[in-house]
Design a protein around this ligand. Structure first.
Ligand SMILES: NC(=O)c1ccc[n+]([C@@H]2O[C@H](COP(=O)([O-])OP(=O)(O)OC[C@H]3O[C@@H](n4cnc5c(N)ncnc54)[C@H](O)[C@@H]3O)[C@@H](O)[C@H]2O)c1
Length: 312
């Protein structure tokens, strides 16, 4: 049994990761500051099942200001998911991205260094690549949004702590995650909401932009593989993406079929910082981690629709 610290534990992916670690018999310490990017009530709901688990403890703590050593000290592994996600707000509220994604990460790395943890798994994003994210992990890193810039800075901080203090780092770059508990600001969540409850969905660009859709259960499975195969993952960076790459227009058609409703659409020009094509090259994750995303897009979208249908 390991003692795992999960930052961003009340978030979309973090809450699923906590549940999966507990199910495997680990102790989990969750940290989240309920940053009001989307409502606290949604995050409290994500956490609800965890709070009653005997091997879960939770700290309502902000990585930017709290004393972190006492929290990290009892943990052997850190899963760092806490961040300000989403591209658009990063143009207008850069300070929030800068402080949460860069300063928060630096303070956590410093605590991990002091405590000498066994592994620091840093969750990054395909946005570090830039407009297109279709190649392997060695592709140039040229983010085109302030969000991507802060996430790349966080990766570089991890590298600096690794180079100078031998901090045992693994970096995972997730590609467009979807599924139950998807953040309400994300496209599929909004589209499903419009289909179920009315309202017009805005398509930015021609809708032919593609995404490497990653079911949240597959992203979590990859994250746990990176932890269980620590001996071969230290110092490494992996792309983590689902197997099905489809356009937004195709996803709209699939969701219309699943819900049996037609989405009223309006079209607007692509937004600054939007990625055009992401197609996760996960060859390295397959080879080194044995990662094999298993959830078909139709199945994963159906699960997300059912989850959103059940929301009040
Ligand atoms: N969802 C995706 O499609 C996706 C894709 C690529 C990468 N990622 C990365 O995965 C991670 C999780 O993303 P998510 O979609 O679950 O987002 P989320 O917003 O649902 O979860 C992140 C959580 O971190 C918390 N947090 C932020 N700053 C904090 C701070 N200073 N102190 C403590 N807690 C703080 C927030 O309150 C939030 O609950 C992020 O690092 C994100 O960059 C997500």
């Amino acid at each position: 049994m390991n003692r795992c610290l999960v930052t961003g534990a009340a978030g979309f992916v973090g809450s699923h990761l906590c549940e999966a670690l507990l199910a495997r018999g680990h102790e989990v310490v969750g940290v989240d500051a309920f940053i009001p990017y989307y409502p606290r009530a949604v995050k409290e709901q994500n956490l609800a099942g965890l709070l009653t688990h005997p091997h879960f403890t939770f700290h309502d703590t902000d990585l930017r200001v709290a004393e972190l050593v006492p929290i990290v000290t009892k943990c052997d592994t850190v899963f760092h998911l806490a961040a300000m996600p989403g591209l658009m707000k990063s143009w207008t509220d850069f300070q929030l991205y800068e402080t949460c994604n860069i300063s928060g990460t630096q303070r956590l790395l410093e605590a991990a260094r002091v405590v000498k943890i066994k592994q620091f798994i840093h969750i990054s994003t395909s946005s570090v690549y830039g407009r297109e994210a279709t190649q392997g992990e060695d592709a140039p890193l040229q983010p085109v949004s302030p969000y991507g810039v802060t996430k790349l800075a966080a990766e570089n901080l991890c590298r600096a702590y690794e180079a100078n203090f031998n901090l045992p780092i693994t970096i995972l770059r997730y590609f467009s995650v979807y599924g139950p508990r998807q953040r309400p600001d994300m496209g599929y969540h909004k589209l499903i909401n419009n289909l179920l409850r009315g309202g017009t969905f805005t398509v930015f660009g021609d809708g032919e932009q593609t995404r490497s859709n990653t079911y949240v259960g597959d992203a979590v499975a990859a994250t746990i593989l990176a932890f269980e195969k620590r001996a071969v993952t230290l110092g490494q960076v992996f792309n983590i993406g689902g197997g099905e790459i489809v356009s937004l227009n195709r996803v709209i058609a699939m969701l219309e079929e699943i819900t049996g409703r037609k989405a009223p659409l309006e079209r607007e020009p692509a937004r600054p910082g939007d990625q055009r094509h992401t197609a996760a090259n996960v060859e390295k994750a397959r080879r080194v981690l044995g990662f094999n995303p298993t959830t078909r897009l139709a199945e994963g979208l159906r699960a997300q629709v059912e989850w959103q249908r059940a929301q009040a």
